[in-house]
Design a protein around this ligand. Structure first.
Ligand SMILES: Cc1ncc(C[n+]2csc(CCOP(=O)(O)OP(=O)(O)O)c2C)c(N)n1
Ligand code: SF4
Ligand SMILES: [Mg+2]
Length: 350
């Protein structure tokens, strides 16, 4: 169930290029626990879509099952939505994207939804490089079913009531890089300044983008003993570099200071402006990305920011050479090549 917001709007609210206010990107009122990290990510998604001036009716939001998967009800109330089965969001996203490539696909999942029941689907949607933004609201537990450890809970970490987790954790970013994802980033729900440009860059990327966001569950996994608690993440977080996104719609006039910043152009013309520190990693190398993630993991630090980017990525449609037009806009003439061509195709099999 989602509650409606009042429709009154202050007449002086700022507007984006499409003349929409931020309110136009909101959804129903959240029913999650007060302080849940997932609500902060929802707000960052609203801010990112507002700043990118996406047309809400051209966005598709999809999810699986979990507290995290409830959040599409709380953003982009005027967009298309599909709340699917636990761990099956990638299949629904694939079908929808194959039918209409002209829409922007934003998938929301949890660490349980992705790293346990949905692992097979997660791996294959990366392998096929579906053009979508896949956001994991990662709290290291199954929040909706009362806080059991998930596959991303760190070894030795313990939730409010449980014993220390005896198993190694799965690092979704490392996995995504190794599978060939073209955009991989990690954020923290408590760092909106970093998270909003991360989401904007992920949405502007052509191909599969993963944004793994550490998102504390205040009810079941926010104890001092948990490595997904607010305090632990604040004490152990390290950013690869600071950066901002200059969207295509904005005039790109930034002057790049030699040695200090690196501009990376995305397929839509937007530019990610990375402000590197000396020791920062090379985000264009898969090997460097995996090394850095592993190195930080061994030091018990959480590496955030853009971890890997391949701006020349090819999405599923490009790989399969599918039609450029959405299927529902194809005419009978385009769908039926005519008797002569069909006969020549049949002759080819004789
Ligand atoms: C097929 C199936 N199996 C199990 C469940 C029970 N279930 C619902 S949500 C969930 C885990 C949710 O964890 P996560 O994806 O991390 O989301 P969170 O609630 O932590 O945001 C489970 C096991 C289900 N709904 N469907
Ligand atoms: S149980 Fe945890 S994940 Fe679910 S809404 Fe509450 S704080 Fe958020
Ligand atoms: Mg979870």
């Amino acid at each position: 169930m989602s509650y409606r917001r009042p429709t009154f709007r202050h007449p002086d609210l700022p507007k984006n290029k499409l003349d929409y206010t931020k309110r136009d990107y909101e959804g129903g009122i959240s029913t999650l626990c007060a302080g849940c990290g997932h609500d902060s990510i929802t707000n960052a998604i609203i801010q990112a879509c507002y700043q990118l001036a996406l047309e809400p009716h051209k966005v598709v939001k999809l999810s699986g099952i979990g507290c995290s998967s409830k959040t599409p009800a709380y953003f982009l109330g005027k967009s298309h939505g599909f709340n699917s089965v636990h761990g099956r969001m990638p299949s629904i996203a694939t079908g929808a994207n194959m039918a209409n490539r002209d829409l922007t696909y934003i998938g929301v999942s949890g660490d349980g939804d992705t790293a346990s029941i949905g692992m097979g689907q997660f791996i294959h949607v990366i392998r096929r490089n579906l053009n979508m933004t896949y956001i994991v609201m990662n709290n290291g537990c199954y929040g909706l079913t009362k806080g059991q450890d998930s596959a991303t809970a760190d070894k030795g970490s313990s939730s409010r009531k449980g014993a220390p987790n005896p198993f190694e954790s799965i690092d979704l970013c490392e996995l995504a890089v190794s599978l060939g994802a073209g955009f991989v980033a990690r954020g923290f729900s408590g760092d909106k300044k970093q998270l909003v440009p991360l989401l904007q860059s992920a949405i502007s990327h052509n191909g599969f983008s993963l944004v793994d966001v550490i998102s504390p569950c205040v009810t079941f996994n926010n104890a001092a003993t948990s490595t997904k608690s607010y305090q632990y993440v604040r004490d152990h977080m390290e950013a690869t570099a600071t950066f901002d996104l200059i969207p295509l719609r904005q005039e790109i006039t930034t002057e790049y200071e030699a040695g200090a910043s690196i501009p990376v152009q995305l397929h839509d013309g937007s530019v990610i402006q990375l402000h590197k520190r000396d020791q920062s990693m090379d985000i264009s190398s898969r090997r460097a990305a995996i090394d850095s993630i592993e190195q930080h993991r061994q030091q018990d630090t959480i590496l955030t920011g853009v971890l890997f980017l391949n701006p020349k990525d090819e999405d599923t449609h490009t790989i399969l050479q599918t039609t450029k037009k959405p299927l529902n806009s194809l005419t009978e003439k385009e769908l039926c090549p005519g008797r002569d061509i069909l006969t020549s195709i049949m002759d080819g099999y004789r």
